[in-house]
Design a binder for this molecule. Structure first.
Ligand SMILES: CC(=O)N[C@H]1[C@@H](OP(=O)(O)OP(=O)(O)OC[C@H]2O[C@@H](n3ccc(=O)[nH]c3=O)[C@H](O)[C@@H]2O)O[C@H](CO)[C@@H](O)[C@@H]1O[C@H](C)C(=O)N[C@@H](C)C(=O)N[C@H](CCC(=O)O)C(=O)O
Ligand SMILES: Nc1ncnc2c1ncn2[C@@H]1O[C@H](COP(=O)(O)OP(=O)(O)OP(=O)(O)O)[C@@H](O)[C@H]1O
Ligand SMILES: N[C@H](CCC[C@H](N)C(=O)O)C(=O)O
Ligand SMILES: [Mg+2]
Length: 486
């Protein structure tokens, strides 16, 4: 419970109608979640406009409303607060309501097209093993120490974020590692958070359905860095051609990491095998359990973050060497007949290329790579042909299938993917709409030693078709098929 005027600190109010002395029990930006004594925040969304639900919110008990434009008729007894940007104001108000929990621990945000979950999960695991109480906010799951809170978004909304971090404070957490998606930055979900540090992994093609241009997508990531304060660190991957851009206008102190160029934190891949990476990090040789040079970047980013958070170098490297990272990222299994299966969350062209080039680099030579791949419905359509082409470029056989078609027709998505299959590559490609059947077929086609890459769904436990989610687990289905091969 709070008094309205106390949670408006830092909000630029353009107009106020009514009293700011009223008690507020909760904040909601969805009319369906309004109860009595609610402050309703009307947000212009991508599908609809929260301003259309103001009367409904008031009927349900909202007695104060944050909005960008006043309705024709105002209701007596209701307070109206006009602001320029309600989503932004919501972040500040939610932070005030929960008394700024992010300032009471060290919050580190990780942004980038790929690697956010991997880096945050490794940081969470590392800091737990170092003996700290830690929170994690990620695509796979949110965690408060060992308790799991299911995740609905990569980065939750303004209110959920403050609530979650506040629960971390109640549980005594010293650190929180969170993913910062570009959607979250553009929609002001991270407004009101106080970051101790920010990490940039990389930026490649994704989400152009939402951001429209690559430049806007880049700007969203940069906005996160621009908003840091001067006591925070800004850590960037300087091997990425846009890594430097992240540091251009930030007040935070600037640090870089790289495998190929000069940087504050350096690593070198000495060996890359299915059994793991042999790295030189900052002059120390370490054998890691994780596979692929993209994971060398992730491990280096984690190491650099731990150094910037003043942890002991040797302890950090020792713990990192035994970590295996997030669920569904290069998850490696071998069938009784020696067919190899890899479940990976690669759902962007760059991630797919990284995973396939890693597999190609470390396979013995004669084995075939069979890739099963689909593209999400209601998501960036321009990545579809590129992903199909990438799969063909690096595989001996490709099965195009479904990956959460959502409201779209699965055949149409596969048709978009087919546009990236050249006439020469057609002979490699099979189309099997049912993902389970696609997995079965790959298992029948594979010879001992062959490698099946099951890409795009990673940890996901569902398939969403026509808006309906049914249980679906790539790894479980693959394991069942492998056992049948025994
Ligand atoms: C495209 C997108 O990002 N949408 C997010 C956005 O919803 P929206 O803008 O579409 O909202 P809307 O449906 O237009 O509604 C506008 C407003 O009216 C309100 N409303 C609506 C209906 C009603 O009856 N009453 C009501 O009050 C809504 O609560 C909202 O405040 O804001 C909502 C609240 O924060 C999010 O739940 C929603 O995420 C949707 C479900 C989603 O799928 N988002 C994905 C794309 C996403 O955010 N992904 C990134 C990760 C991407 C990555 O890097 O891989 C993530 O951070 O998870
Ligand atoms: N540093 C990296 N560079 C490029 N590709 C990577 C990197 N780390 C992981 N990948 C690939 O990208 C996939 C997704 O990785 P991860 O889940 O860590 O990314 P993310 O940024 O959290 O993705 P999302 O935006 O969906 O939350 C992995 O399964 C792997 O194929
Ligand atoms: N965070 C990404 C995840 C994509 C995962 C893939 N399996 C899909 O459903 O497209 C998104 O929501 O676009
Ligand atoms: Mg993620």
């Amino acid at each position: 419970m709070a008094v309205l005027k106390d949670i408006l600190y830092g909000v630029a109010l353009e107009q106020v109608i009514g009293s700011t002395e009223v008690e507020i029990a909760q904040i909601a930006f969805d009319s369906r979640k309004v109860a009595s004594q609610t402050l309703f925040v009307a947000i212009k969304g991508t599908l609809t406009d929260g301003h259309a639900y103001i009367s409904l919110a008031i009927e349900k008990g909202a007695h104060a409303v944050v909005l960008e434009s006043l309705p024709e008729h105002v209701v007596d007894g209701v307070t109206y607060l006009v602001v320029a940007n309600s989503a932004k104001a919501l972040g500040t108000i939610a932070a005030n309501f929960y008394d700024h929990p992010s300032s009471k621990l060290k919050l580190v945000g990780v942004t980038g097209t790929n690697g956010k979950t991997s880096v945050c999960t490794l940081l969470y695991q590392l800091f737990r093993d170092l003996g700290y109480k830690v929170g994690l906010i990620s695509t796979v799951e949110n965690k408060i120490n060992d308790a799991i809170i299911p995740s609905t978004h990569t980065t939750p909304d303004q209110v959920a974020l403050q609530f979650l971090i506040n629960s971390m404070i109640d549980a005594g957490c010293d650190y929180c590692f969170m993913e910062v998606s570009s959607h979250a930055v553009a929609q002001h979900r991270i407004e009101g958070l106080n970051f101790a540090g920010a990490v940039f992994t990389n930026i490649t093609h994704d989400h152009l359905d939402f951001h429209l241009t690559f430049d806007n997508y880049l700007k969203a990531k940069k906005t996160f860095f621009d908003g840091l304060n001067k006591s925070a660190f800004a850590l960037t991957n300087i091997d990425d051609k846009n890594g430097e851009v992240m540091l251009q206008n930030t007040k935070a102190y600037k640090k870089s990491y790289a495998l190929k160029t000069l940087a504050d934190f350096k690593a070198r891949v000495m060996e890359n095998q299915f059994s793991g990476l042999h790295l030189d990090i900052d002059g120390h040789e370490v054998y890691m359990k994780m596979v692929g040079s993209f994971n060398a970047y992730n491990l280096l980013a984690v190491y650099a973050t731990a150094m910037l958070l003043e942890q002991d170098k040797i302890k950090v490297l020792t713990i990192l060497s035994r970590l295996s990272g997030a669920e569904g990222r290069f998850d490696y299994i071998v069938a009784p007949n020696k067919v190899v299966g890899i479940v990976d969350y690669a759902h962007t062209p760059d991630a797919l290329r990284n995973v396939l080039s890693t597999i190609d680099n470390i396979r013995n030579g004669n084995e075939s790579i069979i890739t099963i791949i689909g593209c999400g419905g209601d998501r960036d359509k321009t990545k579809r042909p590129v992903m199909a082409q990438t799969a063909c470029d690096w595989s001996h056989k490709v099965i195009l299938t479904s990956d959460n078609p959502r409201s779209e027709n699965p055949e149409d998505i596969i048709k978009d993917m087919q546009a990236g299959v050249t006439p020469v590559n057609q002979r490699k490609v099979l189309t099997i709409i049912d993902r389970r059947e696609a997995i079965k077929t790959a298992c029948h086609l594979a010879q001992p030693g062959d490698i099946i890459l099951l890409a795009g769904k990673g940890h996901e436990k569902y398939q969403e078709i026509k808006g309906l989610r049914t249980d679906f687990d790539d790894k479980k289905i693959l394991l069942d098929q492998f056992n049948l091969l025994a």
